[in-house]
Design a protein around this ligand. Structure first.
Ligand code: CP
Length: 302
């Protein structure tokens, strides 16, 4: 962890618990002051080769709240658009001696490759279909704000699991803490081998079955940008896998509904559910800042 954060799979429970505990202390309701000097004088570069609203902004806010300097670079505004390779871009940025690089890339494993080439700590902000570690951490923080433990929780993850780095990171995290994870979606988006990724994972292709008795429902977007052709129309998908109010009664009465965003209303989730009392979607966004503060502090202040 001090050398960066590439994924949840390689973290142990103690490391995860320590980040989640520290993130709690950074939540707005726990702290009077929004700003500190913990990382004063440090420089963090956010390098995003894919679009992002939540992750990029919250890393930038997190860095600034800790007193660090942060700059954000997108591929379209960098020399990548002139044909510069990933390694040359990273070597160039590394030569300016930032203290950490936060990176999102469409290729699975890109941050791991760079971490082997650069001495600078790399934080994975989402690599292809592989992992999105800080999303899983903020999701866990959001659940633990409402439940005493992840142990024994029934967590239904519904949607395009095959292309989801959020699903993978959550699956690794939840399974380390003894949650029961039910993956659900059409067979083309939920391949059977995903059940082998971690203990406690089962698969169903029926949304009603996934939701029955669920403590947590995590909805995922269909990632059209990672598919060669869409197998379903938006209407057809919503009919079979869209979360609607009528589904919620099958879950536990205090079920929480999550979504990493961006949400597609009327495709994977109805507006009534997204805006309901059961939805914690904006709490997830809020926790994104606190969790990323905890991660930056842990990596840069050791
Ligand atoms: N959840 C998430 O990664 O959102 P962004 O793509 O907006 O960063």
């Amino acid at each position: 962890m001090p050398g960066g954060l590439l994924g949840i799979e390689g973290l142990d429970r103690t490391e995860i618990e320590s980040i989640l505990d520290r993130a709690k202390s950074f939540q707005p309701q726990q702290t009077a002051s929004r700003k500190s000097d913990i990382l004063r004088g440090r420089m963090i570069v956010n390098l995003f080769f894919e679009a992002s609203t939540r992750t990029r902004t919250s890393f930038e806010i997190a860095a600034k709240r800790l007193g660090a300097d942060a700059i954000s670079i997108s591929a379209s505004g960098s020399s990548v658009s002139k044909g510069e390779s990933l390694v040359d871009t990273l070597n160039t940025l590394g030569a300016m001696r930032p203290d950490a690089i936060v990176m999102r890339h469409a290729a699975s494993g890109a941050p791991h490759f760079l971490a082997r080439h650069l001495p600078t700590p790399i934080i994975n902000a989402g690599d292809g279909t592989h992992e999105h570690p800080t999303q899983a951490l903020l999701d866990a923080r959001t659940i633990l704000d409402r439940r005493p433990s992840l142990e024994g929780l029934r967590v239904a993850i519904i949607g395009d699991i095959a292309h989801s780095r959020v699903a993978r990171s959550n699956l690794f995290l939840m399974s380390k803490f003894g949650a029961q994870i039910v993956l659900c979606g059409p067979a083309s988006l939920v391949p059977a081998e995903l059940a082998q990724l971690a203990p406690g994972v089962t698969i169903t292709h029926l949304i009603e079955e996934a939701i029955r008795g669920a403590d947590v429902i995590m909805m995922l977007r269909v990632q059209l940008e990672r598919q060669h052709e869409a197998a379903f129309s938006a209407n057809e998908y919503f009919q079979f896998y869209g979360l609607r109010l009528e589904h919620i009664g099958r879950a536990k009465p205090d079920v929480i509904v999550m979504h990493p965003g961006p949400i597609n209303r009327g495709r994977e989730i109805s507006s009534e559910v997204a805006d309901s009392q059961r939805s914690v979607i904006l709490n997830q966004v809020e926790n994104g800042v606190a969790v990323r503060m905890a991660v930056l502090e842990r990596i840069l202040n050791n």
